[in-house]
Design a binder for this molecule. Sequence first.
Ligand code: SF4
Length: 76
Amino acid sequence: TYVVTENCIACKYTDCVEVCPVDCFYEGENTLVIHPDECIDCGVCEPECPADAIRPDTEPDMEKWVEFNRKYSELW
Ligand code: SF4
C-alpha cells in the first residue's frame, strides 16, 4: 500500500485524488490519507504529488504512517 506522509500537511493540491483509480483518498485533519485496505498499490499517485508526500509502505519506518492513514481514513 501507499501512504501519505508529513509533507502533505497543509498541502492544497489534490492531484493524487484525481488520478487514483479506486478513490481511496480521504480527508484527514490536516492531510489527505490513503485507506490502506482500499489502495491497490498501483503507484499512479506517487509521481503526481507535488509535495513528494506519498510513499510506498515498503520504505523503512513507515509503520506510524500506515497507522496514521488507517486511523483517519476509517473515520469516514
Ligand atoms: Fe490510489 Fe494507486 Fe495511489 Fe493506491 S497507489 S492511493 S490505488 S493511486
